[in-house]
Design a protein around this ligand. Sequence first.
Ligand SMILES: [Fe+2]
Length: 191
Amino acid sequence: MVTATTDTIVGLIADILTRRGSDSYLGEAVTMQQHMLQAAAQAQREGAPEELVAAALLHDIGHYTGEFGEDYIEQGTDNFHEDAGAALLAPFFPPVVVECVRLHVAAKRYLCATDPTYFGKLTPASVATLAMQGGPMAPDEVAEFRRNPFFREAVRARIWDECAKDPDAITPSFADFAPLLQRVVARHAAG
Ligand SMILES: [Fe+2]
């Protein structure tokens, strides 16, 4: 059982990605680590705030729920990696990060319902999981999604997610983002 603290959470995430980051990413041509790092790099290229770079980097951390100990599995959230990821991050990161992670599957369903060009940008693997995730949102779900105060940020993060699946892209390393993550954690801890 790993108990993270404000001082250890970034190191713990680094350790997880070092050991597990070469796992394949659910039918995509990139590894999990490439995917998460490319999403963060895309956010940074667009000049996004550090909190959103952190959200892009960590959006799929819920796939590694088991690394954080059995408590999270017992909460029954392990089948839904977006909820699991948000739960892992909530003690250490501000709400905008947590909500972008929690909503990243919903944001895909939202974009498929509201942006006619978006569905065509999905990879075959992402189209396959869309069906399992409930397909494009219905109008009442779209309205509900827009009530979340962070829905715009979640949509931005989702778009970075989608364009972070390029096996030929030059990908930064986790170390490039560790200081940024630590700053986000420190700001949140300072309130
Ligand atoms: Fe992703």
